[in-house]
Design a protein around this ligand. Structure first.
Ligand code: CP
Ligand code: NVA
Length: 300
């Protein structure tokens, strides 16, 4: 594994190996065991979009592993004034040991990897969010013991989260269903891959998709960069909400996960969110452990 550009690039074994290391790093942290395996290493973090969890977990993660993280905002970098990615990649490769980037186009992440000579980590694009899904998988295994026989259901926009969850679920052997309105389906190639490689089901009917699900997942109706579509999307997604009715058809002990930030009263009701807050904030915490595992694998 040289980069983390998207989950589809990783084998099932590589994913499980990251999750195992994340569990170990969490255990060490909880027991006051220091692990400075990235002593002296430097990570650049390019952000072209906002972030709370990704930024803080990568920065704290690097610090805890003995390394250093630089926050590089689009507003300050020359990339924001049009300096080409291929030049930025070659320059930053001379200073840093790795780059985490959050941006719009997946191609920009792929180009950084193509032109640079250091590991590149995708911290979210419009296409996918692999770091989040590693933390999600960690949280599911932590609570359910294994992935065997589990059904994950995603309700809402077929966005970056849906794309990565679909790949992560299928690669770890879960079945995956999605309920989304027409015109808001996940990436067509990924859906074809999911159908070929696992148990995949799509419906416009929320209750049909959520039936007997062990993990219910949702995300915002309008992602970063789609702010202008907010009103239109509120109409399209009315009914695509995780609420008590949805939970009544899911498995009795179903978990609810949300990558956050959440919009209560839109994709999830406040009561369902609060009833599952323990899981959702464990999931947010696990970003730190999962990120550290990725950093160790790529930068060590
Ligand atoms: N879930 C997630 O990636 O959160 P941030 O946007 O706060 O990084
Ligand atoms: N789909 C959301 C995820 C945020 C973590 C977005 O891209 O804004």
């Amino acid at each position: 594994m040289k980069h983390l550009l998207k989950l589809g690039d990783l084998s099932r074994e590589e994913i499980l190996s990251i999750l195992n290391l994340a569990d170990q790093l969490k255990y060490e942290r909880n027991n006051g065991i220091r692990n400075e395996c990235l002593k002296g290493k430097k990570l650049g973090m390019i952000f072209q979009k906002s972030s709370t969890r990704t930024r803080v977990s990568f920065e704290v993660g690097m610090y805890e592993l003995g390394g250093y993280a630089l926050f590089l905002s689009n507003r300050d970098l020359q990339i924001g004034r049009g300096e080409p990615v291929e030049d930025t990649a070659r320059v930053l490769s001379r200073y840093l040991d790795g780059i985490m980037i959050r941006t719009f186009e997946q191609k920009e992440v792929e180009d950084l990897a193509k032109y640079g000579s250091i590991p590149i980590i995708n911290g979210l694009t419009d296409y996918c969010h692999p770091c989040q899904v590693l933390a999600d998988l960690m949280t599911i295994r932590e609570r359910k013991g294994s992935f065997k026989g589990l059904k994950m259901c995603f309700i809402g926009d077929g966005n970056n989260m849906a794309n990565s969850l679909m790949v992560g679920a299928i690669k770890t052997g879960m079945s995956f269903s999605i309920a989304c309105p027409k015109g808001y389906e996940p990436d067509a190639d990924l859906m074809a891959w999911a159908k070929e490689n696992g148990d995949f089901f799509m419906s416009e009917d929320v209750l049909e998709a959520a039936k007997d699900a062990d993990v219910i997942y949702t995300d915002v109706w309008a992602s970063m960069g789609q702010e202008e579509e907010k009103k239109l999307r509120e109409q399209a997604f009315a009914g695509y909400q995780v609420n008590a009715k949805v939970m009544s058809v899911a498995a009795k002990d179903a978990m609810v996960l949300h990558c956050l930030p959440a919009h209560r009263g839109e994709e999830i009701t406040a009561d369902v969110f609060e009833a599952h807050a323990e899981e959702i904030f464990d999931e947010a915490e696990n970003r730190l452990h999962a990120q550290k595992a990725v950093l160790c694998k790529l930068l060590k």
